[in-house]
Write a protein that binds this ligand. Structure first.
Ligand SMILES: [Zn+2]
Length: 494
């Protein structure tokens, strides 16, 4: 299946106000339209308390019918479903539909997450902070109440595509999420917190019927997800509506932006796990660049071992032929068309502090799932990994982690990382032995490398998270003579 996200229609005109993520604070200075004529749909941004409205929006999230006894009718069981409706990039609102059991069940069966609907005779009410705690975060200070006198229908009008495209945008800024490695490393300090995640689908577990302590029938299943930093992470789904969606998600293809997922420390697994709650909103294949990167990464993950060491993906250096000066490379970085760029620089290593006593230049990575080991933990921190238990633990992979800078006569490129094989050939030692070398030996090795002439093979990868949009990895450094260098420049001049 091809990537279904569209990137050219990220912003949807919203009442003449082209929105951006940083303008998402509700601003109520806008003159609110008196919309007593319920035939013309209102827009969420301009709602006013106490009026009855019609509204068109895409269903971002909804739950299953539930029964409640309210203060008003303590003896009579009432039924309701909650919906979250969105009508523009920035604006969405929670709504509750109340009614008899049969009516609510019938509504529940008719409308799925992701459908565009039109509601009529909805009452705009001030959002009650207690109720809102159990609903998705909304920028609107209001909530909608629907009853037997209201109506909900599928919207088939001319703007349907405009509303549909909203459903592919996360409800929080696209950069506001944790990587799974962050979650694992933060560990128990995140216990009980709601965070946002950007993950790809790995596998949907078995769907089980559960009866809760209060006798309520529920479904439960565990979805395994992953990202570029962690191969397997558990997401528990309880809501039947979300589980119905989840069965359509495709392993190694579907990307999810999960807003407000609850992170907990699971004592049984001795690690972190996430749970979708009534506050959680899941955006499927979000229209953001970070998701497209993850989509490509997820597809690469379909090799037979399921391992993701970068060396397996890189071509042989004999196939890398594009030559850059550092200046050319820096200039082209902002306009790189592909996710990964390989090339060669004729230059030298200008930063190589391998004799520093304050840094670790070696790290451990799990042999099963590639998760980096936490400095404080002698084993894999990924709870979903079989190596997370000391009984099944495979010996971890030891690798170099050496930051460096590459220079030539045009400029310097800082923040590069040496691949383990490049570091091994520069240092003539492996990452297992390196920590045991004396400082004098390390200083000697440093000066054997610094400012020497190399043909430097690099890989630049666009990455979707953190403040640095690129990861620059030196794949190999081949020593060259003055004669090689002269030949190279003479060829360039011709
Ligand atoms: Zn592991």
């Amino acid at each position: 299946m091809a990537w279904s996200g569209k990137f050219d229609d990220m912003f949807i005109e919203n009442d003449g106000n082209t929105s951006a993520w940083n303008q998402r604070q509700p601003h109520h200075k806008m003159p609110a339209k008196k919309n007593l004529n319920t035939n013309t749909p209102s827009i969420i941004q301009n709602l006013q308390q106490g009026i009855t409205i019609s509204l068109v929006g895409v269903i971002l999230m909804r739950d299953s019918p539930r029964s409640v006894f309210t203060k008003k009718t303590p003896t009579k069981e009432r039924y309701c479903i909650s919906l979250t409706l969105r009508d523009s990039v920035d604006w969405f609102i929670n709504a509750t539909y109340w009614g008899e059991k049969a009516m609510i069940n019938s509504i529940s069966e008719s409308f799925k997450i992701g459908e565009v609907v039109e509601i009529h005779n909805a009452m705009v009410m001030a959002a009650n902070s207690f109720d809102e705690k159990f609903k998705p975060w909304s920028p609107s200070p209001f909530t909608l109440n629907l009853s037997e006198f209201s109506n909900i229908t599928l919207y088939t009008g001319p703007d349907r595509d405009k509303y549909l495209s909203c459903s592919h945008l996360p409800i929080k800024p696209a950069s506001d999420y944790y990587t799974l490695e962050d979650v694992n490393i933060n560990g128990q300090t995140l216990h009980g917190e709601n965070v946002n995640l950007l993950v790809a689908v790995k596998k949907l577990g078995q769907i089980k019927d559960i009866t809760t302590k209060t006798g309520k029938q529920m479904k439960r299943c565990e979805l395994k997800v992953f990202d570029e930093t962690c191969q397997l992470f558990g997401l528990i789904l309880w809501e039947e509506q979300i589980i119905n969606e989840a069965v359509t998600w495709i392993p190694n293809q579907t990307v999810l932006f999960i807003n407000d997922v609850r992170i907990t420390f699971d004592e049984f697994r001795n690690g972190m796990i996430s749970t979708a709650t009534s506050r959680t909103v899941i955006t499927v294949n979000p229209d953001i660049m970070e998701a497209q990167h993850l989509y490509h990464f997820a597809q690469l993950g379909q090799d037979e071992n399921g391992t993701l060491t970068e060396n397996e993906i890189d071509p042989d250096i004999s196939e890398i032929t594009d030559v850059f000066t550092v200046k050319q490379l820096k200039e082209s970085m902002s306009s790189l068309t592909s996710t990964v760029q390989y090339g060669i620089i004729y230059g030298f290593i200008s930063w190589f502090d391998v004799d520093s006593e304050h840094k670790h230049f070696v790290r451990l990575r799990c042999a099963d799932c590639s998760t980096l080991f936490d400095d404080n933990s002698p084993m894999c921190v990924n709870t979903n990994c079989t190596s997370a238990s000391e009984f099944n633990m495979k010996p971890p992979i030891t690798e170099f982690s050496i930051g460096t800078a590459v220079s030539d006569y045009t400029d310097t490129l800082r923040g590069c990382f040496l691949s383990t094989s490049a570091a091994e050939s520069l240092l003539h030692t492996n990452p297992e032995q390196f920590p045991f070398l004396s400082i004098n030996k390390k200083t000697q090795l440093k000066w054997e490398v610094l400012f020497e002439k190399f043909q430097i093979y690099f890989k630049i990868k666009k990455q979707g998270f953190g403040t640095k949009p690129y990861r620059i990895r030196i794949i190999q450094c081949i020593p060259i003579s003055i004669q090689d260098l002269t030949n190279h420049f003479q060829q360039q001049l011709q």
